[in-house]
Design a protein around this ligand. Structure first.
Ligand code: DAH
Length: 339
């Protein structure tokens, strides 16, 4: 009896199938009511009492072995779309499903392309930064709240190692190594110690812009941003600049675009104001130029920074920022195919 069990085990082990029907045939042959393993259970009553324990265990093990093999074969054929490659090697391959680009990547690429048409190049910087590039060189006073653990992720005991809270740090890295004229944008991931909700996340993406040359004026900033807004949201888009404050720009402003959903009439997305805030901007503070050894008497510049999530949410009417990071394919496949 034990030899019979062993032989059956070998047979099952070496069984080869090439589709789901054949997997089912295996199941019928070995573990159905009339299958060979059940026959062993029927013969079990003839086994001498002293061998019952050993033989009983061997039959149960064999049944588990057969079940495991059949289930795993079934799973692999199901996940392979029941492909039948085994029986006909000349069949054409299974078509490969194309993925879709992530909505944040689509919008980032679009922004890069708009500024590219104005002569802006692209540069990147590190996500793990130091105090100088994220704060000090950007004219943040020593007691500024952004330097606090409340807002910034410090990743070591050493407070000089932190995750950048904005891409403005890349301005500094570029100005430290290049003399004007500089005209570039800096896309990247940033980190803030914020509670995760529908409107904010502790990880998000920004695009920073910088233009430094002789005679760069606030009018240049305004015209550049107007062109950008019209390209991104449509020809009828209006902009307005509201005075604001950032340590690294003087004067500073926040830019609103006319609401693309209601055309400025007022709706619940723009909270009935007709305007949507999309970025911060201003003229680079002379202290920032000097911190990077750029002569602030000779050169002036403008800078701006925007959140890619916010713009993507406005463009596609996405109501919850968390969708971007959950990577649910049902959400992702609604966007343009990758090419
Ligand atoms: N760094 C700012 C932030 O994270 C955004 C910003 C505002 C960037 C004004 C700039 C600027 O370059 O001029 O909120």
């Amino acid at each position: 009896m034990l030899d019979k069990i062993k032989a059956l085990q070998e047979e099952i082990k070496s069984a080869v199938v090439s589709n789901l029907e054949e997997v089912d045939e295996l199941r019928i042959r070995y573990i159905s009511k009339k299958g060979s393993i059940n026959k062993l259970f029927a013969d079990f009553k003839n086994v001498p009492a002293e061998q019952k324990k050993e033989v009983g265990k061997a039959i149960n093990d064999l049944k588990d072995f057969a079940l495991d093999k059949i289930n795993s074969l079934k799973e692999s054929f199901e996940s392979n779309g029941n492909s039948d490659i085994g029986s006909d090697l000349t069949k054409p391959g299974e078509p490969m499903k194309l993925g879709t680009r992530h909505p944040l990547a689509i919008v980032k690429n679009e922004i890069i392309s708009i500024f590219g048409r104005l002569g802006f190049t692209v540069a990147e910087g590190p996500e793990i930064e130091d105090d100088w590039h994220v704060f000090s060189a950007l004219n943040f006073p020593p007691e500024h709240p952004a330097r606090d653990m409340q807002d910034t992720f410090f990743i070591e005991k050493d407070p000089d190692v932190l995750l950048r809270t904005h891409t403005s740090s890349v301005q500094i890295r570029v100005m430290e190594r290049t003399q004007p004229p500089i005209r570039a944008i800096f896309p990247g991931r940033v980190f803030r110690n914020e509670a995760i909700s529908a409107r904010s996340h502790c990880i998000f993406h920004q695009i920073e812009g910088l233009y430094v040359d002789e005679n760069v004026s606030f009018a240049d900033l305004k015209q550049t941003l107007l062109y950008f807004a019209k390209e991104l949201f449509g020809e009828d888009t209006q902009i307005r600049l509201r005075p604001s404050y950032f340590p690294f720009t003087e004067p500073s402003a926040e830019m609103d675009v006319s609401c693309s959903i209601c055309g400025g009439e007022g709706c619940n997305v723009c909270k009935y104001t007709g305007w949507l805030e999309i970025l911060g901007c201003g003229m680079v503070d002379p202290n920032v130029l000097e911190a990077c050894s750029i002569d602030s008497k000779k050169y002036t510049g403008f800078a701006f920074g925007m959140g890619i999530e916010r713009i993507t949410m406005l463009k596609y009417g996405i109501k919850d920022i968390r969708h971007f990071f959950e990577n649910d394919v049902r959400f992702l496949k609604q966007f343009e195919s990758a090419t």
